[in-house]
Write a protein that binds this ligand. Structure first.
Ligand code: FPP
Length: 242
């Protein structure tokens, strides 16, 4: 099996999973959180090098106060617990998104986790929190404009590489495979720049049920796709992606 270098996942369906069990939505998020921990071990075991998950979008603040508060408490606990799994997985953790809006203790936990795990190299794990692709691009444009204004960048010499260095994902290769659980077939503002050439895999499985078997199924389907780079299929001299 040819394992993709970078897998990105939109974690979706916690609420429906809980409803099916006649449980509150928060219970679905809690089990979804446990599942995220398991998937990190699975990704490491399979040899996936980069894993990026969409855990909380810039839109998710519109959910009920009760649900948002519950999610914040879940993140609080998870970020602390993640120290242990980062050590066990030798996993370097980075949080992407606009994190300055979170409560101070959450920001502090993010810094502690990133700092603790920064030298691990087995798996690079990105958690998108208060993340939106458009927001990320706008923040990047704003930082780049400031550098042009200050003479640190030349406006005529901006390339894709220059721009990527301003994104939250700077230094991380683009995802090869993007998975969305729970039957929805939308990007929902996830990694808009980075997913330009990625393969997409949609499954009806709800996030809390998405296990190793389902991940392997997604990878096998990815393996069966024609990954075409350039106009002529299989021609190694073609490097431009289509
Ligand atoms: C989508 O399910 C899930 C979320 C908005 C939150 C994702 C959070 C977790 C999986 C918790 C673990 C993550 C971390 C980083 C601790 P949904 O509520 O949209 O489900 P629904 O579409 O069925 O209602």
């Amino acid at each position: 099996m040819n394992v993709p270098n970078h897998v990105a996942i939109i974690l979706d369906g916690n609420g429906r999973w809980a409803r099916k069990k006649r449980m509150p939505r928060g219970y679905g998020h809690m089990v979804g959180c446990d599942n995220l921990e398991k998937i990190c071990y699975t990704a490491r075991d399979l040899g996936i090098k980069y894993l990026t998950v969409y855990a909380f979008s810039t839109e998710n603040w519109k959910r009920s106060r009760e649900e948002v508060d519950g999610l914040m408490n879940l993140f609080r606990r998870y970020l602390k617990r993640c120290i242990k799994s980062s050590r066990e997985n030798e996993m370097c953790v980075r949080v992407i998104g606009e994190t300055s809006v979170f409560d101070d203790d959450i920001q502090e936990s993010i810094r502690t986790l990133e700092d603790y795990s920064k030298d691990y190299r087995k798996l690079y794990f990105q958690i998108a929190l208060n993340y939106g692709g458009r927001d990320e691009i706008l923040r990047a444009v704003s930082k780049l404009s400031a550098d042009v204004r200050d003479g640190k960048q030349s406006a005529d010499a901006i390339t894709s590489d220059t721009f990527e260095a301003y994104l939250d994902t700077a230094g991380i290769p683009d995802p090869d495979l993007m998975i969305r659980t729970s039957g929805e077939q939308r990007l929902s503002n996830f990694l808009l720049w980075q997913l330009s050439y990625s393969e997409f895999y949609f499954t009806d499985v709800l996030w809390p049920d998405f296990n190793k078997e389902e991940l392997v199924k997604a990878i096998r389907q990815y393996n069966n796709r024609d990954r075409r780079f350039g106009a002529v299929k299989g021609d190694p001299s073609c490097s431009q992606q289509d």
